[in-house]
Design a protein around this ligand. Structure first.
Ligand code: AVJ
Length: 322
């Protein structure tokens, strides 16, 4: 018997309140910024899936290459009965892990956690069709929310793939990783995917593709704010910008105002002015080195047990234990 359900971790109005709070904080700050999690409405999640298939966007393919080679080892090393995945999106690459853990004979439950309920429903339905006796308990929540693993059947494998950790600032990672550590018991494990530092041209192309899909994804956050908060952003009034910050070793996505103008946000009773050429930072995507992965995990109380890369050393998949 297969089961699938989606639990909303926060009632709908709390997420609306969180959006109002983030938009107010970010758009009244200088320089202006927005947190990347608001990209992912149904349209944004579709655009992200399209990004993962672009020739320039290598991280998804590189991580899948590693999983294809290592999933069997990961299953044997962890013997996980419960797989929890933060920022699961389409759960597409996760199938490699699910297959290996099923073949190993241990996996009973999969808990995908994502801000996009539409992505969770699509992924959940597809998984049910393909894994008839897997329990899928999806959680619509942002990965900063406590997930409550107390009831979970141990051992738990907590997967945080795709390089999403890189969307947090260093100080946010330093707070977030110890909470993950606190969720895990002896015998559990963390599987962490991180993109690696590489040449600037490859990195910038991955976030500024020639088909303009990433530009549309970036501007989608303005459409979300227009719809949810009654704002009047004109997406055509902004240019998509992707730049490599060599000092911080992260990619920044920005929206650059093409001309001086004012945007009204009705739900906040707020008018926001943009100078011509002014940037709104919408995302950072930090790139890592093996030493910094090990150090950040150690500072959070994890021991790195394995760190695998694809043959071209573009991406790393780390297995760490509490
Ligand atoms: C969601 C973290 C995998 O930072 O690479 C893709 C999101 N942003 N293109 C990343 C993203 C622009 C992505 N992750």
């Amino acid at each position: 018997m297969s089961t699938f359900n989606v639990t909303r971790h926060l009632p709908a109005d709390d997420s609306a309140a969180a959006l109002r709070h983030d938009v107010l904080s970010g758009l009244t700050d200088s320089p202006k910024w927005l947190p990347p999690k608001w990209f992912y409405d149904a349209r944004g999640s579709e655009l992200f899936e399209e990004i993962t298939r672009l020739p320039e966007y290598y991280p998804t393919r590189a991580e899948r290459e590693i999983l294809a080679v290592r999933a069997k080892d990961i299953a044997a090393l962890t013997g996980a009965r419960t797989l929890v995945e933060l920022g699961s999106g389409s759960s597409e690459k996760t199938r490699l892990l699910i297959d290996a853990l099923r073949a190993h004979g241990t996996l009973r439950q999969y808990t995908p956690v994502d801000v996009s309920e539409s992505a969770l429903r699509q992924a959940g339905e597809a998984l049910l069709a393909d894994y008839p006796d897997l329990t899928v308990h999806a959680l619509a929540a942002d990965f900063n929310q406590p997930i409550g693993l107390d009831e979970a059947d141990a051992p738990v494998l907590l997967a945080f793939l795709g390089g999403t950790l890189g969307n947090l600032l260093p100080q946010e990672r330093a707070a977030f990783l110890p909470t993950l550590r606190g969720d895990l018991r002896p015998g559990d494990a963390l599987l962490l995917g991180t993109d690696l530092v590489k040449d600037e041209a490859t990195l910038v192309a991955a976030y500024d593709d020639s088909a303009g899909v990433t530009a549309a994804f970036n501007k989608n956050v303005l459409t979300v704010i227009n719809r949810e908060l009654g704002a009047d952003f004109d997406p055509d009034a902004f240019d998509h910008v992707a730049l490599w910050n060599a000092e911080q070793e992260w990619i920044e996505m920005r929206l650059r105002a093409r001309h001086t103008h004012t945007v009204k946000i009705r739900a906040l009773d707020l008018a926001v002015s943009f100078e011509r050429g002014e940037d709104l930072r919408t995302e950072i995507s930090a790139k890592f080195r093996e030493e910094t992965i090990r150090a950040e995990l150690a500072a959070a109380g994890f021991t790195l047990s394995h760190c695998w890369t694809d043959p071209a050393h573009r991406f790393a998949l780390s297995l760490a234990v509490p």
